[in-house]
Ligand binder design. Sequence first.
Ligand SMILES: *[C@@H]1O[C@H](CO)[C@@H](O)[C@H](O)[C@H]1NC(C)=O
Ligand SMILES: *[C@@H]1O[C@H](CO)[C@@H](O)[C@H](O)[C@H]1NC(C)=O
Length: 219
Amino acid sequence: MKIIGLALFCSIFSIIQLAQGQLVTYGEFKNASIWSGFPTPSMKKYTYFESNLNQTLIMSKEEAAMALAQFLYESDGLRAKREYACEVDNCAGQYTTPWCDIDGEHYYGRGYIQLTWCYNYLAASRDLYGADWLIWDPDVVGRDDSVAWDTAFWFWRVNVHFQPGVQEGMFGASTRAINGANECTGEFNAVAQKRFRIYSTVRKAFGLEGEGDERGCYN
Ligand SMILES: *[C@@H]1O[C@H](CO)[C@@H](O)[C@H](O)[C@H]1NC(C)=O
Ligand SMILES: *[C@@H]1O[C@H](CO)[C@@H](O)[C@H](O)[C@H]1NC(C)=O
């Protein structure tokens, strides 16, 4: 009886999800993270992810898998909202843009795509919130989960989504858009390959066929 009740509840839940046009379910999102070797992400994280998909023009499950794979890699499984290497000294002097920087603030990587450089904080801030807020308080990207998601999807929409190959499912093209100068020139292929392995796992968790198209970065 209980099992039938649960099954009924689950199928009603799935129908509701379909009716709402959900691209990815919480179960798929959770498995994507766990199977990639990361902790179970909260329902709240999933809700941010799912509600952002629409606003970012991501209409296919494949592109949603590409984005989640990159976010998982960039944020160490949705945990690191601040660049680990900058914990001690804020990476002072490392990410400077004189025309943009506000005295005393530091623009190292924060949020689920590790938004970096003052000019990116500025562009994201204006685009998302219509104000320069984020350059005056860049740390809010690390502090506030909603801003961490907003900036990650903003970066995807502006810098990744329209890159040649991305909407054709070439995962390497998304890596090129995010960190191509460092990872697609030969020297750091191991990192780009790690991103691709996570992508293959996310695909499996999302119920997509095959390991995915690796091309667009180093091949
Ligand atoms: C996404 O957009 C479609 C079409 O505009 C809409 O029907 C759907 O409810 C939206 N889904 C979510 C999760 O917001
Ligand atoms: C998630 O993984 C578990 C265990 O591997 C599996 O039983 C479950 O069906 C998966 N969920 C989805 C939505 O695929």
